[in-house]
Ligand binder design. Structure first.
Ligand code: PMP
Length: 497
């Protein structure tokens, strides 16, 4: 049902209806048998949703509302469906961010919602803990079925970072070795272990010393990896097939060579597919495109269709058996919510839907077409250095134009803040064309899109047209470019760390 249109009642409408119900006898559709004084989500949103930004300022990270206001991204979203977000003013936005990739199936997918409602209506025993729940077993089976062979075991987590933490523990335990190698520019999450594998200083700085024994090699540099592995103390090389920050695609043969080298030196290859996994790059797992059989794979994001935090590590049986090698070690690694019924249900429904709606092949087709069209646009605009990616994980890198009059403006912007040009594309894409995108990592001139995998060709074309128009406008209005750049650069500089 790709490209489905299902009318969802806007929260504001529900809220208006509710107000009547609330004053009356609570027999309306939306009361759900609620009595006066019961918690009422709709009433809460009706009365308080408009305070969202001030609530965040007062009780949460105050830099977030500041940056959103600076960029003009301060919208009150009231409903969402498929690839669309709708704000309180009735405007709609094409969501090419997909919640950083979690909404592979688009938002509010009816199959996942139905499954979750079913799970609640069945009143299933959830997290008994001293049990082996069927749904976790079934989801583990469904994941292993999608691996190159069945010699794998699954551990469930609550996030991508927790999956990476699990990898760190597993590889050290299984090999008895202390060191872990990661790639420059890598992003594996922001908990302290995962942060120890982070290739960007801006994330690491000021958080003190991290996990010892973690060192980086340039992404794609097989000789550098060989040098590290030669010491014989490396437990694993942890790598993204396509780096999320900057959308750098592993060179042909890289992962295969890395795998062989790791095994030659008694180390494990762990592929972080938190972002690339579950169809994002046009195959179920990105590693398939490099013809590699990883020892461990981390996933998260899209696994629940975006509804419930969930992640998993799919690891070779031999690794798992080393960690859990006796009965009294059955819980040496575990997580209270890991196998919760809602996450497992959403995971099963998501994998089922990816298959039945042929979402992965759809993503491959739309993505290939989109990349080709963006390259075509890129040929018309000097600032576009490269369009790269696989499937629907796409990065557009900008670089200093050759044309003299554009060059001076570019340099000026880069002096204000590195990567500022990309922000000047992201802002009008959102403001003038209603398309949500992002700058791929700090200080980089890469615009990144992660459209839902159910994105239609028409929606992809809408982005291509808007992107072309924004670049044309930017190239024409150099003075304006400088003005907008200044207003974005100054607060950004002041507020960044
Ligand atoms: N690994 C990769 C490759 C990621 O892209 C991310 C999130 N962007 C993470 C790990 C961390 O995931 P989470 O935010 O769920 O902790």
């Amino acid at each position: 049902m790709i490209g489905r249109t299902r009318r969802l009642e806007p929260v504001v409408d529900l809220v208006a209806e509710h107000t009547v119900d609330h004053a009356g006898d609570h027999t309306g559709d939306h009361t759900g048998g609620r009595s006066a004084g019961d918690f009422d989500l709709r009433a809460l949103l009706a009365t308080r949703a408009s305070e969202a930004f001030s609530l965040h300022e007062r009780y949460m990270n105050p830099q977030m509302p500041r940056i959103l206001r600076t960029l003009g991204f301060d919208r009150d979203y009231v409903r969402a469906e498929g690839a669309w977000l709708y704000d309180a003013d009735g405007r709609r936005y094409l969501d090419f961010l997909a919640g950083f990739g979690v909404f592979a199936l688009g938002r509010c997918h009816p199959a996942i919602e139905r499954a979750l409602r079913d799970a609640m209506e069945c009143a299933l025993p959830n997290m008994v803990q001293m049990e082996c729940g069927p749904l976790a077993g079934l989801l583990a089976e469904a994941l292993v079925t999608r691996m190159p062979n069945d010699d794998y075991r699954v551990f469930f987590t609550n996030s991508g970072a927790e999956s990476v933490e699990t990898i760190l523990k597993y590889v050290r335990c299984a090999t008895g070795r202390p060191r872990v190698i990661f790639a420059d520019h890598a992003f594996h999450g922001l908990t302290t272990g995962a942060l120890s594998l982070n290739g960007a200083h801006e994330f690491r700085d000021r958080f003190g010393s991290l996990l010892p024994g973690c060192s980086s090699v340039p992404f794609g540099d097989i000789d550098a990896l060989r040098r590290e592995l030669r010491a014989g103390d490396v437990a694993a090389f942890v790598v993204e097939p396509i780096q999320g920050k900057g959308v750098f695609v592993a060179p042909d043969g890289y992962l295969r060579d890395a795998s062989e080298l790791c095994h030659e030196h008694g180390a494990l290859l762990a592929v972080d597919e938190v972002q690339t996994g579950l169809g994002r790059t046009g195959t179920m797992f990105a590693f398939e495109q490099w013809n590699v059989v990883p020892d461990l794979v981390s996933i998260a994001k899209a696994l629940s269709g975006g509804y419930i935090p969930v992640g998993a590590v799919i690891a070779k049986r031999a690794v798992v058996e080393k960690v859990f090698d006796k009965m009294d070690r059955a819980v040496v690694h575990s997580s209270t919510f890991g196998q919760n019924v809602m996450a497992m249900t959403a995971g099963l429904a998501t994998l089922h839907t990816l298959d039945t709606e042929h979402v992965v092949t759809h993503a491959a087709t739309v993505g290939t077409d989109l990349i080709a069209k963006l390259r075509e646009v890129g040929r018309r605009h000097e600032v576009v250095e490269e369009v790269r990616g696989r499937g629907l994980m796409i990065g557009i890198e900008f670089s200093r134009p050759r044309l003299l009059r554009l060059r001076a403006q570019w340099s000026l912007l880069e002096t204000m803040r590195k990567g500022l040009f990309t922000q000047l594309v992201v802002v009008p894409l959102f403001r003038d064309h209603g398309i949500l995108t992002q700058v791929a990592g700090d200080h980089q001139n890469v615009l990144k899109i992660l459209p839902p995998l159910i994105t239609t060709t028409e929606q992809a074309d809408e982005f291509v047209g808007a992107f072309d128009a924004v670049l044309g406008e930017l190239e024409r209005s150099l003075g304006l470019l400088f003005g907008v750049g200044r207003s974005l650069a100054l607060p950004a500089i002041r507020h960044s760390r």
